[in-house]
Design a protein. Sequence first.
Length: 118
Amino acid sequence: QLQLVESGGGTVHTGGSLRLSCAASADKLDQYAVGWVRQAPGKVREGIVCIGYDNNTVYADFAKGRFTISRNNAKNTVDLQMNSLKPEDTAVYYCAAGELCVYEYDYWGQGTQVTVSS
């Protein structure tokens, strides 16, 4: 069964950057649609971006121009580069995988905290 582990979270100032990585074991991530989802305290979980097995991407409006998803098949990871971070980006960030971006995800990581200070 696919297992996902996120890394790269931390605390940055407004305008800073972070790069999150989602590492997979027990299977190859390039066979899955992989997404990044976040949940801020007291808010519902929201999708950020998804990359399909065909490498097509779908970004949420708030992520366009600031966040970039990419695959590193050699490392079996999917990374999320986040630039121009804002305090409202503070949340727990999860990676998830499934068959297609339009379906619900079948596998989830444990999450990594991102905090953006003003």
